[in-house]
Write a protein that binds this ligand. Structure first.
Ligand SMILES: Nc1ncnc2c1ncn2[C@@H]1O[C@H](COP(=O)(O)OP(=O)(O)OP(=O)(O)O)[C@@H](O)[C@H]1O
Ligand SMILES: O=P(O)(O)OC[C@H]1O[C@H](OP(=O)(O)OP(=O)(O)O)[C@H](O)[C@@H]1O
Ligand SMILES: [Mg+2]
Length: 280
């Protein structure tokens, strides 16, 4: 059985379980369940703290796991990123009291609070900056006001928490993070390929829609250029031989622009439908 680590709490947990359910795997009903076997899919899920998942995969006791890229790099384990999962997107960056800092070099000799000390120490070492690192579990934004640090390095999504604490970001982002699937370096245990293909299918079903329309036969090349699809659009004859029906997958975010352009070109009966599931 493939042994998969899934976040049991925090920002990653709900989306990770939702994605696995949509990919056709059993997921737990009760948040106190620690292990769940899905015999139909020959897979076993272990619900663990997001920060610990890289440790289990790195040690080789679990095959793959879902975690954040920031947590994975912070853990400094021997494992590799297998795919991006597209949720829990955030940046990891420096922030300080409004007006205090403009550049990373000003951190020399300062005290920096963070929950990601491994990640931060590596970043500072790479740039030759000497600063003391204060490791905190959370609510890092309060550390400067409470006098244990001069600046922080923390997860920023909307910036709301920073603003509320009277802090401002400075310097380039240290890291762009999102949820990822990790696995042991250079190994591909049985079932991993299927898991990855299923998760890709979920992503594509979210990102793409199916578009159908009718267009005059002489305009089909121009229309197909607007809707090239993944391989090539399906073109089918209609009863009226002057027209054809075209079917193609398009990016969901392009839907309205493409409908407008097709309509201008003379396409009619333009229909858009969601994709329930797919394998690409
Ligand atoms: N506001 C947020 N937006 C997007 N991603 C976030 C946010 N907060 C944390 N994350 C991401 O979630 C992961 C951390 O999950 P974790 O469960 O350890 O912390 P958490 O969500 O802050 O939960 P808690 O603080 O309750 O332990 C990291 O990958 C981090 O980048
Ligand atoms: O930019 P924002 O949209 O405000 O989101 C970022 C905040 O969200 C997370 O905090 P969380 O609520 O998990 O609390 P924590 O700091 O105790 O982990 C993260 O640690 C930041 O503090
Ligand atoms: Mg948090």
């Amino acid at each position: 059985m493939l042994r998969v680590a899934v976040p049991n709490k925090g920002s990653l947990s709900e989306s990770a379980s939702a994605m696995l359910s949509e990919a056709g795997y059993r997921q737990r009903r009760d948040s106190r369940e620690l292990v769940l076997v899905d015999p139909d899919n020959d897979i076993e899920f272990f619900f663990l703290r997001p920060r610990d998942i890289a440790v289990y995969v790195g040690a080789g006791t679990l095959d793959v796991g879902i975690t954040g890229r920031d947590l994975f790099l912070d853990a400094e384990v021997d494992a590799e990123e297998l795919m991006n999962l597209g949720f829990a997107k955030s940046t990891f960056r420096f922030a300080g009291p409004a007006g205090d800092f403009t550049a990373v070099e000003q951190l020399e000799g300062k005290r920096l609070a963070t929950s990601y000390d491994g990640l931060l120490r590596n970043y500072l070492a790479d740039r030759g900056i000497n600063a003391s690192v204060v490791r905190l579990d959370g609510a890092v934004e309060s550390s400067v006001r409470l006098g244990v640090a001069d600046a922080i390095a923390d997860v920023v999504e909307t910036g709301t928490t920073l603003r509320a604490a009277g802090m401002e970001i400075f310097g380039e982002p240290i890291l762009k993070s999102e949820a990822i699937l990790i696995g042991r370096r250079g190994e591909s245990p049985a079932g991993v390929d299927v898991l990855i293909r299923r998760l890709r299918g979920v992503q594509v079903a979210h990102q793409y829609v199916m578009m159908d329309y009718d267009v005059r036969r002489e305009l089909v090349d121009q229309a197909a250029a607007l809707t090239p699809g993944l391989e090539s659009p399906t073109v089918s004859p209609l009863q009226d031989s002057g027209w054809v029906a075209v079917r193609s997958m398009i990016k969901k975010s392009d839907t309205n622009r493409i409908m407008d352009e097709l309509y201008e070109l003379g396409a009619r009966a333009i229909l858009v439908s969601t994709i329930h599931a797919c394998r690409i």
